[in-house]
Design a protein around this ligand. Structure first.
Ligand SMILES: Nc1ncnc2c1ncn2[C@@H]1O[C@H](COP(=O)(O)OP(=O)(O)OP(=O)(O)O)[C@@H](O)[C@H]1O
Ligand SMILES: [Zn+2]
Length: 307
């Protein structure tokens, strides 16, 4: 093996190389870059690989748009925990006169956003959120397993290639008796590590916490860690000493099932857990570790992704 180049973990140099190779297409939005055909092909191939590995689990695939009801965001407590990340959809509800004013202000280079009003929707921050209400009521024996893939929005603009404002997640969502759900989470933690190591990524898992807002948020983060409710699989992508989370496991216990009245087959309140692969981050990790030309990737990695 050759030693990595000195700039191996320079995020700006990595981004520049991705752009020069046509893998990534710059746009004026930080963390809003476009994907070239090779990048997108790799991302879809990784997703297909995950779906093949999970095929025997029999997850039901559901598809939702990348928007979510404002009332859902309110009831999920997202505004209490992550107000810094939200994306809210606004539109124009005015009449002719206001439309003329809007147009005039745009042409005059003045601010115009106060002429908009909120709509009933917000941008989806996590692919699993629309799924929980689907489970409302009494679950069948053995609970349920659903998978979704979706675009997620988080307002965390950054020039760093692995921190996007709009990105995709492949998630699996398990709901059932507390012991079933915990066992599923534990099993997938091992499966996830094996799957990613099988693609030549030097991944590790660790207890983690969500980026809860503010001072009260610090305490929530500590408690989440103490209860070991969140795990991440991490791999160095833009820094050797600060590995990037490419897959996260969240055990919500009764958080969602209490809100949406989800009961296990025996009648007790169910538990839920989800796991999500960050698809752009996995793709970036593969490019970082195997090089920017997928034709030259190790044979076993190619075999897994080009079966
Ligand atoms: N801003 C982002 N850009 C790209 N991928 C992301 C981003 N935020 C999260 N992800 C991916 O989605 C997965 C699931 O999201 P989750 O909410 O658990 O992330 P997170 O723990 O908040 O991530 P981080 O701690 O890095 O902000 C993460 O493991 C990661 O791979
Ligand atoms: Zn989730």
């Amino acid at each position: 093996m050759t030693a990595p180049a000195p700039d191996f973990y320079d995020p700006a140099a990595f981004m520049e190389a991705l752009v020069a190779a046509g893998l990534v297409i710059p746009t004026p939005v930080q963390g809003g870059w476009g994907r070239g055909p090779v990048f997108e092909d790799l991302l879809q191939r990784f997703d297909a690989h995950v779906m093949r590995e999970a095929a025997d689990d029999g997850a039901t695939e559901l598809t939702f748009p990348p928007i979510i009801a404002r009332t859902m965001i309110e009831s999920l407590g997202y505004l209490d925990n992550f107000p810094q990340l939200v994306g809210s959809i606004h539109s124009f509800f005015g009449k002719e006169a206001q439309a003329r004013e809007l147009s005039q202000r745009v042409h005059d280079g003045q601010r115009w956003e106060d002429l908009l009003d909120i709509t009933e929707s917000m941008l989806l921050p996590a692919a699993c959120y629309p799924v929980y209400p689907v489970f409302s009521g009494l679950l069948p024996e053995g609970g349920r397993l659903v998978t979704v893939k979706n675009w997620c929005y988080r307002h965390e603009p950054s020039a760093e290639p692995t921190r996007l404002q709009s990105f995709r997640m492949r998630e699996f969502i398990r709901v059932g008796r507390p012991d079933e759900v915990e066992a599923w989470r534990d099993a997938w933690l091992h499966r996830g590590l094996a799957l990613l190591r099988g693609l030549g990524l030097p991944v590790e898992s660790d207890v983690a916490n969500d980026p809860f807002f503010g001072r009260a948020g610090k305490m929530m983060a500590v408690s989440q860690r103490e209860q070991r409710l969140k795990f991440e699989i991490v791999v160095p992508v833009i820094a050797a000493d600060r590995p990037t989370a490419i897959c996260s496991f969240n055990w919500h216990q009764e958080h969602f099932s209490g809100k949406f009245g989800i009961r296990a087959a025996g009648g007790e309140t169910a538990h839920t857990a989800c796991l999500g692969f960050g698809l752009e981050r996995v793709t970036l990790a593969l490019l970082k570790h195997h090089g920017l030309d997928p034709a030259a990737w190790p044979a076993d990695v190619r075999q897994a992704l080009w079966p």
